[in-house]
Design a protein around this ligand. Structure first.
Ligand SMILES: [Zn+2]
Length: 324
């Protein structure tokens, strides 16, 4: 059976389907010509696996460079999630990508978080912002982002996103260390995205990053965690520490990181006591939640108890949300 998911724990604002409604207006606000014949053509470009991911996201972030644009995007984003029936959303953005128009990273975080909370209360959705370090940046910029997050004293989460193979989690250990023994929760994309070559060490390299995120970066949550099912000791550690795993099975499948959703062993992780959630990741160009739930239903045929665990996992601590 399918779980009833009313929480998204892994949702990128700049990769959300809400942009279908807002992208042309964002170009007008930025006084830039929309470089595609239509919104459909732009979305098709996003879905094309041969186009570089950085180039794809640049078509969005290039027009999210002012406070007005960030507010506008936040409004459409929260409104869509409310319309879809979500009660809680954990929403990711990386301030370093929004400073070309003169905003500082601190201003970006302030504008975006306050807009998310304001529209959240207007539309009846509780929002927990995840402020991401785009991991290609320097450890110093990473630390700067962590310090901004710390000013919110636990009301926003620190996250690490993007190219994991080129920039493994330990690169930003200095940033994560700053938040140890504070109220800041830490999440991390880990065990998601490394080079496929050499294939014989592919899974080990994913696993190494996952271990680093859990043991060295002391993450309260990890996202993707593709190889977790391979290591019973690490599974026990994840359960004992109450670490939440935000899974994005169709993101992994579409991006070619797995060949079958069953490789993730989601049913066995739940049965082992892992706090596991299901997410789409970037529903602008990846399969949306209804397809995620249908694919998981087909692959795992979750029991009632497993569905109950999936539903409860997204709404419990450690991501206890004070602001919303
Ligand atoms: Zn993600």
């Amino acid at each position: 059976m399918k779980p009833k998911i009313r929480t998204l724990t892994h949702d990128h604002i700049d990769g959300s389907a809400a942009l279908v409604n807002s992208i042309e207006m964002l170009y007008r606000m930025a006084r830039q010509p929309f470089p595609f014949p239509s919104t459909d053509a732009w979305r098709a470009y996003f879905k094309d696996p041969h186009v570089n991911i950085v180039a794809k996201f640049a078509t969005v972030t290039s027009v999210l460079q002012s406070a007005e644009a960030l507010e506008y995007a936040a409004d459409d984003y929260v409104a869509l999630r409310a319309l879809e029936g979500y009660a809680i959303i954990e929403s990711k953005f990386a301030p370093q990508y929004h400073t070309d128009g003169g905003l500082t990273m601190k201003q970006v975080v302030s504008v975006m978080c306050n807009a998310l909370w304001r529209y959240g209360s207007r539309y009846g959705v509780r929002v927990m912002p995840h402020v991401c370090i785009g991991r290609e940046t320097s450890p110093e910029v990473g630390m700067e982002i962590a310090k901004i997050v710390m000013e919110y004293d636990g009301d926003v989460v620190l996250d690490l996103a993007c190219d994991e193979g080129g920039h493994p989690p330990e690169k930003h250990l200095p940033a994560f260390k700053l938040t140890f023994d504070t109220r800041v929760m830490r999440d991390c994309h880990a065990g998601e995205w490394v080079a496929s070559d050499p294939p014989e060490t592919y899974r080990q390299r994913l696993m190494q990053n996952l271990r680093t995120a859990i043991r060295d970066l002391r993450c309260n949550g990890v996202s993707h965690a593709i190889p977790l099912i391979d290591d019973p000791e690490l599974i026990r550690e994840v359960v004992d520490k109450g670490i939440r795993v935000s899974g994005c099975p169709l993101s992994n499948l579409t991006c070619g990181s797995i060949k079958d959703v069953r490789e993730l062993g989601i049913d066995r992780l739940i049965d082992a006591g892992v706090r596991y959630t299901l997410n789409a990741d970037d529903d602008l160009f990846l399969p949306p939640m209804d397809e995620v739930l249908a694919a998981c239903d087909e692959a795992y045929d979750f029991s009632q108890a497993q569905c109950a665990e999936l539903e409860a996992s997204s709404e419990n601590e450690p991501f206890l949300i004070r602001k919303y």
